[in-house]
Design a protein around this ligand. Structure first.
Ligand SMILES: [Zn+2]
Ligand SMILES: [Zn+2]
Length: 327
C-alpha cells in the first residue's frame, strides 16, 4: 500500500509498505477518502502528547471493507464504512463500564496512537467501524462527517437545549454543525476571525442568522456557544456572549491558553465545559441525523500524495469547509 507517514521531521513522507492484515476483530478498508482534521495539524506540530512515530495520520476515513479479520460480526466485504477518531477502548475501565468510552483510560486513537487513513489501506477495529449505508454523499463529501461531524455533534448535544446558538470558528466542524442546528430549528450566530469576510459570507449562505467578528459580542445574547477554533482568548469572549445560565462548549482537543478574566463573566450560572472524543452511540446518532438533515459538507479534495499541501492550506485558512485526501 501507499501511505503518507509522519516521522520525526514534522512533514508527511510518501512510503510504500506491505498491505496491512486485519487481526481478530478488525477489518481492512480500501480507503476512498480521508479528511484532514485540525487535530492532524496539532499532531504534526507536536502539540499533542506523543502518540508514537512513525505514524500514518488521518481519522476521517471513508472506504470499502476489502478484508475481514476473524470474529468480525455485522460487517461485510464490499460494505462502505467510515472510521473516526476513537479507534479502540479497553472495555474494562470505570469509564468504559459506565458508558463513557470517550473518556477511556486506555484508548486507541485513529491516526494518532494507531495508523490512520492517509493511505490506500487502513486496518480498524470492527467495533469502531460505522456503516455509511444511509449517507447519500460521495466519499470525499462524507469523510468530514467522521470527525468534524461526530465531535461537532457531541459538542452540539453538550450545548444543551438552545434556540440561539453561537459557533466560534467556521471550518469543517462549524459548517457541518450549522447545518444540523438549522435543521433542528436553532438560530445560529457565527463568529470568525475579524478579517475573514469570506467565511462570514459562507456562513450566511448556509443559513446563519448573523455572522461577524469573534472579538465582539454578537447582536443578541446566546443560549449556548461552541468553540471550534483552538483559541483560548475566545473562551472569555464566548462567556460574555451567552446569557445567564448559558453554556460554552470547548470542542477542540488542543487550545492555546485561556487568558484570565473577571469572575463576573462566568457568574450568573454560566457553564464552561469541554468535549472529549466520542462514543459509538454519538456516531450512530449523528450519522442518522446527518442523513435526515441532508448535511452536505463543502470539501476541497487533494490527491493523497499532496497531503502536505492540504495541511498547509488548512493551516493558512485557505480551505472552505474541509480538506479531503483521495488516494
Ligand atoms: Zn476503558
Ligand atoms: Zn478530528
Amino acid at each position: 500500500m501507499r501511505a503518507m507517514v509522519l516521522g520525526a521531521s514534522g512533514t508527511l513522507d510518501e512510503v510504500e509498505r506491505p498491505d496491512p492484515e486485519p487481526g481478530p476483530g478488525e477489518v481492512r478498508i480500501a480507503v476512498r477518502a480521508c479528511g484532514v482534521c485540525r487535530t492532524d495539524l496539532h499532531l504534526i506540530d507536536g502539540e499533542l502528547p506523543p502518540g508514537g512515530l512513525p505514524r500514518i495520520p488521518g481519522h476521517e476515513i471513508v472506504g470499502v471493507i476489502d478484508r475481514l479479520g476473524a470474529e468480525v460480526l455485522g460487517l461485510s466485504l464490499g460494505q462502505r464504512v467510515g472510521v473516526g477518531w476513537l479507534g479502540h477502548s479497553c472495555q474494562h475501565c470505570p469509564y468504559c463500564l459506565s458508558g463513557h468510552e470517550n473518556l477511556c483510560d486506555h484508548p486507541g486513537f485513529t491516526g494518532y496512537t494507531r495508523d490512520g487513513g492517509f493511505a490506500t489501506h487502513a486496518v480498524a477495529e470492527a467495533r469502531y467501524v460505522y456503516p455509511l449505508d444511509g449517507i447519500d454523499l460521495d466519499d470525499a463529501a462524507a469523510a468530514p462527517l467522521l470527525c468534524a461531524g461526530l465531535i461537532g455533534w457531541r459538542s452540539l448535544v453538550m450545548a444543551g437545549p438552545h434556540r440561539k446558538l453561537g459557533i466560534y470558528g467556521f471550518g469543517a466542524a462549524g459548517h457541518i454543525i450549522l447545518q444540523v442546528a438549522r435543521w433542528q430549528g436553532a438560530e445560529v450566530f457565527v463568529f470568525t476571525r475579524p478579517d475573514d469576510l469570506a467565511a462570514q459570507e459562507f456562513a450566511l449562505s448556509l443559513g446563519a442568522t448573523w455572522a461577524g467578528p469573534s472579538d465582539a459580542p454578537g447582536p443578541e445574547p446566546l443560549d449556548a456557544a461552541i468553540l471550534y477554533a483552538p483559541v483560548g482568548a475566545l473562551v472569555p469572549a464566548a462567556l460574555r456572549a451567552v446569557r445567564k445560565g448559558g453554556r460554552v462548549v470547548c470542542a477542540g482537543i488542543h487550545m492555546s491558553d485561556i487568558p484570565s478574566f473577571p469572575y463576573e463573566w462566568l457568574w450568573g450560572e454560566r457553564q464552561l465545559v469541554s468535549v472529549a472524543n466520542l462514543t459509538r452511540a454519538d456516531a450512530l446518532d449523528f450519522l442518522h441525523a446527518a442523513a435526515l438533515a441532508g448535511v452536505h459538507p463543502a470539501v476541497t479534495t487533494y490527491p493523497l500524495t499532496q497531503a502536505n499541501q492540504a495541511v498547509a492550506d488548512l493551516r493558512a485558512g485557505r480551505v472552505r469547509g474541509a480538506a479531503v485526501l483521495v488516494p
